[in-house]
Design a protein. Structure first.
Lengths: 104, 174
């Protein structure tokens, strides 16, 4: 039974983390990078849930942790999208490589 | 018995959903397709949460990730990009070799660690109360402070998001 095995979930989580890393580097736009970050956070949440189900004595704690990860991901996405708007309005581009000057 | 086989088939379906969705989310050059892939992967993860005894988390996953985060990113794409810029992104990815090497290296190291680790269960693992009542009770008593703090973080994030976009407009940043 593959669904009753801890390693299955861990492998899926690692897969999501690595794909997120890959997407972070190769996307040409900041929204694409944001999508990859969400993928990584999702993998982290799955990891917590898997350990919670198979190894932890109290099944509530992992669920709460995953809920908090979801809440933080929502907050992070809101901030990131508004930052992308601000940057986009200033530079008229969303390519991270063209946004290279600072103003002090 | 048939029930067990059916659940296994659905488990494989969820895994396929995750793998395919994540691949689309990462490799698609059209951002709208990437968001759809992300939503697909989130649905698959919600299915896995069902197998991990937590239907509440599965529903929250669909509600928060698919319903809120993905929709927000879709708004970000629709408001922020002109079709001309979308066409410019379609030129192709950058840093592909670097990204491949990094992600494959991470995958290899973590898989090595996974295959060599013997996980030891804590005492009394696998049992316990998965009900929503137990979750709510702990959230209101032992983790009450964390719960309140995350509400504050969410509120500040929303206010900050409005403030950032609004300030840029008022100062006429261009």
């Amino acid at each position: 039974m593959i669904s009753c095995n801890l390693n299955t979930y861990l492998i899926i989580a690692v897969f999501m983390l690595c794909l997120g890393l890959y997407g972070m580097m190769q996307h040409r736009s900041m929204i694409g990078m944001l999508i990859s970050i969400e993928l990584i956070l999702n993998g982290a949440g799955l990891n917590f849930m898997a350990f919670n189900r198979f190894l932890a004595p109290d099944p509530v704690i992992g669920q709460i942790f995953t809920l908090f990860i979801m809440g933080l991901a929502a907050a992070e996405a809101a901030i990131a999208v508004s930052l992308i708007f601000a940057v986009y309005r200033k530079y008229q581009t969303s390519d991270p490589e063209q946004i290279s000057d600072l103003r002090g | 018995m048939a029930y067990g086989i059916l659940t296994e088939i659905f488990f494989y379906l969820f895994i396929i959903l995750i793998v395919f969705g994540a691949l689309v989310a990462v490799s698609s050059q059209i951002l709208m397709k990437a968001v759809m892939g992300l939503a697909m992967a989130m649905f698959g993860t919600a299915g896995l949460y069902l197998y991990l005894n937590s239907p509440f988390l599965a529903l929250m996953q669909i509600l928060i990730y698919v319903g809120a985060v993905c929709i927000m990113i879709v708004f970000g794409i629709m408001v922020g990009y002109t079709p001309k810029q979308l066409a410019a992104y379609a030129i192709g990815p950058k840093n592909t070799i670097l990204a491949l090497v990094t992600s494959l290296l991470t995958l290899g190291v973590l898989q090595l660690g996974l295959s060599r680790t013997q996980w030891v269960q804590a005492q009394g693992a696998g049992g316990g109360d998965y009900s929503l009542a137990a979750l709510g009770e702990v959230l209101m008593t032992r983790y009450g402070l964390a719960f309140e703090l995350i509400s504050v973080v969410l509120m500040i994030a929303m206010i900050g998001a409005v403030a950032i976009t609004w300030n840029g407009k008022r100062r006429g940043l261009k």
